[in-house]
Design a protein around this ligand. Sequence first.
Ligand code: ARG
Length: 585
Amino acid sequence: MQISSHIAQVVCRALDWPAGRCAEVEAGLAVPPDPSLGDASFPCFPLAKERRMAPNQIAADLAARIATDQIIARVEAKGPYLNLFLDRPRVATQVLDEIRRNPDTFGSRDLGRGQTMVLDFSAPNIAKPFHFGHLRSTNLGADLARIFTFQGWRVIRKNYIGDWGTQFGLVIWAWQQWGEEAALEARAIDYLVELYVRANRASESDPAVRENARQLFLRLEQGDAEIVRLWERFRALSLEGFHRTYDRLGIEFDSYDGESAVNSKVQPVIARFLKAGVAHESQGAIVVDVADVLGREIAPCMLQKSDGASTYAARDCAEAIDRHERYGFAANLYVVSRQEDHFAQVFAALGKLAVAEGWPENWPALCENVSFGYVRGMSTRKGEAVWLEAVLDEARDRAARYREERAATGNRAAPDLSGEEQVAISEAVGQAALLYFDVSSRRMTDVTFDWDTVLQFEGNTGPYLQYSHARMSGIFRKSAEAGWLKTPEAGDSGLLVADEEWAVVQELRGFGPALTRAAIQREPFELAHYLYELCSVFNGFYNRHVVLDESDPARSRARLALVSAVRTVLACGLRLLGIQPLEFM
Ligand code: ARG
């Protein structure tokens, strides 16, 4: 059993609570800020009301009732806190054993067992630039998908491509005006964006352009064969481009069905809204008032425009209902920024329909917009438009230059690598720099990107974590060479009693809780921050103690087992963030 579950059980029993409340106790456990206060603590103030007792008294009572055992060496009440001191050798042995036995699942609490979650992320628009919001959504969404899967959810990764809407009228109009077959063949997605940007500019000086575009989109919605053919071609070309990028990042989706795929379901859903008396007509449009349920001033949710065209909101309503019928989800998450009002409107409208039609589930609580802040400061050689492909190339090339510079100053960490291996490492380091940056702060924080900072092998960066992993791997390479270490993996963890060693063990115990926070708060930062701390604590140990000491093989083996456990957890955490753990840098 996990140490924290054991502590929770003991405290739960001392509280005279049923076993069912152990999880509650476990969630309340904390690590004291100063190790001299204890290795785990249980704050009692949240219980004061329920027990009608002062928190200090509760802590004192608990301390008196808890007997020491093979895990808990000592208990102490300190103000409103119950502090517990653990048996270091026993706990170290248990934690390292658990990691060794379950290298791929250590840290999972199986929170989502039996539940399906739909995760809507990335969702770029066809013939529009794949901008920074999409990059961050792709990255955060992929991280969350891996974290939820690790925590036992069945995750449906949904790439709800923006492949429908009036912008297509604009692109088709532009194509009819200026379209060049050769340019489309050669540059596909870039060219479509150029056309879109050019048409947009034209529409600013000439209102007729918008009107033409609107007409063309209506023809598309009505199934005009010629227009549909063009649209299909543009869509296929754009998707090809998106796939190249996803492949490079190793990201897959379960469905790429976008706005166009749900289009046929929109009219029946609007009819349901009308029939239930939830939607009404307003100046020729069809809308659902949501200000009443949301309790704030907000425009109604528009399902149909006055010219009869369907809306983004109507498609999202139909899509959410379709997802529920298809997957029976327990949660439906949208990793999208700067569309807070849109999602508030859609969720509130669905909530009203749910009540009117008497659905059993608690809509809109099933749906959630996982939003995020803005990234400033990114530009590439290509200029302002942020093309993911170009950003990835730049990251790889900058990583290669940085590695060459380091090698030139004597930091040659890697043995003889082929050119191909060099490129693969630079690609992995570049991606780590880029991807880690997104999760190095809480998602709602606005951040400023800076190439030089994110690529450093020191500091709170992706390459630093990879570098730490490579250093740990280096210790194993060395131990393999050392003939005097017979069985490098198993060691007597009871010898790990130094403060720095214990700090590492304690940090390892924090992996599960960090993953739980990451899942519950929808916050990959919690995992990233944990990994950074783990590496810092590990490096604190490594700078102070010699791992491979020929005069003390038993202790060397124990320390090697500790390094092995850290490396296992770090590699697992990095993979959850889409970052490749490296053997060399
Ligand atoms: N394509 C949209 C955009 O780029 C994002 C779609 C998000 N998902 C959704 N179900 N609305 O702004």
